[in-house]
Design a protein around this ligand. Structure first.
Ligand SMILES: Cc1cc2nc3c(=O)[nH]c(=O)nc-3n(C[C@H](O)[C@H](O)[C@H](O)COP(=O)(O)OP(=O)(O)OC[C@H]3O[C@@H](n4cnc5c(N)ncnc54)[C@H](O)[C@@H]3O)c2cc1C
Length: 401
């Protein structure tokens, strides 16, 4: 257990998936690492809790593809070190109007990286999935082998355990209220907690999810456009007799569906007989004063479940739900950068993962560790994730979908 005043090579603030995988990367590289979390470890008040997250490589933004491919490798590496599974293989299907720019972008990314994929029409979708999906005549579906499900709470716990095994110090119920540059000759930063303790770090990584805007504003006065959204995961009952057809490990894929809403779903895994189908997005919330739902109308989601899942799933109402938070940027791209200003390259932040970051937890941890230790990283085009993009354009990166 770290005592107030203790010194570290790197202090990581926030123990969701990003902070936990970063702490593991740092400890693995021999750094004396402290991981601080404001709530209990594995709490349900942020973004990284629950039972399933999709991993898919089909992005219209081609810069995410290499990150996902590296993550697949890093998930497997971490699993082999800990000795249990957090990743479950599945294939993946993206569905939408044949002119939908998101879908067209996915196809372009597949071409760019020579990813084997099939473009299916309505009849082919019905045949391939034995009637479990139905799309309108003017839609297409893109099928690839790059899908899968990750168990989030278990995965966060895995990285914390791996970090601990490699000597990291982990402390929860430690809210960081400020990070200050050391004024003397020592350099580095002082990390202050609301219970009056303080720790010195040569360097610091801030991965505080939906609390990013608040903490960064306090630390260096910069207002980042990262909006917390409350969102709801819904589980739906598979109609009797069909349960086995949707089980993980079979041929039912993870999927996204781009109609009126962006909807995603996973095979049956955590609750036998139920599948997860939910809306990508949510309603703005104050991360410290949550309304805890209900907030989201389910009308369009019910319609999608009924229409796209061919009536084999009971669309009457979800039988189980779970609330969670997104940290949304205007362009839905991540923010991975040095804090700059008086902190220069001593403080690095990773935030704004916009409802699609979990799959990339391992690669983000690798990148944040690279940046904080060496000031640079490889295998990722960081220009898309810079803070400065919001100064040039408040909406961030320009996209046409
Ligand atoms: C419902 C839902 C479904 C999703 N589905 C997918 C999916 O299918 N695929 C996918 O890739 N991604 C998905 N995501 C997104 C993914 O889960 C997030 O991008 C990811 O979990 C973000 O992790 P994080 O570490 O940045 O944030 P968090 O998990 O919120 O971690 C931040 C941590 O910092 C702590 N903290 C905050 N402030 C302080 C402070 N001052 N001092 C100390 N600690 C602090 C918080 O308590 C928290 O534990 C989904 C998200 C949700 C909510």
């Amino acid at each position: 257990m770290a005592l107030s005043g203790e010194e570290f090579d790197v202090i990581v603030v926030g123990a969701g998936i990003m902070g936990s995988s970063t702490a593991y990367q740092l400890a693995k590289r021999g750094q004396k690492t402290l991981l601080l979390e404001q709530f209990d470890f594995l709490h349900h008040r942020g973004s990284s809790h629950g039972e399933s997250r999709i991993i898919r490589a089909t992005y219209p933004e081609d810069y995410y593809f290499p990150m996902v491919i590296e993550s697949y490798k890093l998930w497997e590496e971490a699993e082999s070190q800990i000795g249990y599974k957090v990743y479950f293989k599945a294939e993946h299907l993206d569905m939408g109007d044949s002119h939908n720019k998101y879908i067209r972008g996915i196809i372009q990314t597949c071409h760019k990286y020579s990813v084997s994929h099939q473009i299916l029409n309505r009849r082919q979708v019905a045949e391939k999935f034995s009637g479990r999906f139905d799309i309108p005549e003017n839609w297409i579906a893109v099928f690839t082998e790059y899908g899968g499900v990750i168990k989030p709470t278990k995965a966060v716990s895995m990285f914390q355990a791996l970090a601990f095994q490699r000597g990291a110090v982990l402390r929860d119920c430690m809210e960081v209220k400020d990070i200050k540059k050391d004024d003397g000759v020592k350099g580095g930063v002082w990390v202050h907690t609301s219970n009056g303790e303080k720790f010195w770090g040569k360097k610091c990584v801030v991965t505080v999810g939906a609390w990013t805007r608040k903490l960064i504003k306090k630390v260096n006065g910069v207002e980042l456009p990262i909006q917390p959204l409350e969102t709801m995961v819904c589980y739906w009952r598979i109609k009797e007799g069909n349960e086995g057809k949707y089980a993980i490990g079979g041929d039912f894929p993870t999927f996204t569906c781009h109609g009126e809403l962006f909807i995603y779903g996973t095979p049956s895994l955590e609750y036998p007989g139920l599948i997860k189908v939910a809306v990508h997005g949510g309603y703005p919330c104050d991360e410290d004063k949550r309304s805890w739902g209900p907030g989201m109308g389910l009308g369009s989601l019910k319609e999608t479940v009924e229409e796209r899942l061919s009536g084999m799933v009971d669309s009457g109402a979800p039988v189980a739900t779970q609330l969670c938070m997104y940290s949304m940027t205007p362009d839905e791209d991540f923010v991975i950068d040095f804090l700059g200003g008086e902190f220069g390259k001593d403080v690095v932040m990773g935030g704004g993962f916009s409802g699609h970051g979990f799959k990339m937890g391992p690669v983000v941890g690798r990148i944040l560790a690279d940046l904080v230790l060496t000031g640079e990283t490889k295998g990722v085009e960081l220009k898309h994730f810079r803070i400065q993009r919001f100064e040039e354009n408040p909406q961030g990166n320009v996209k046409d979908f």
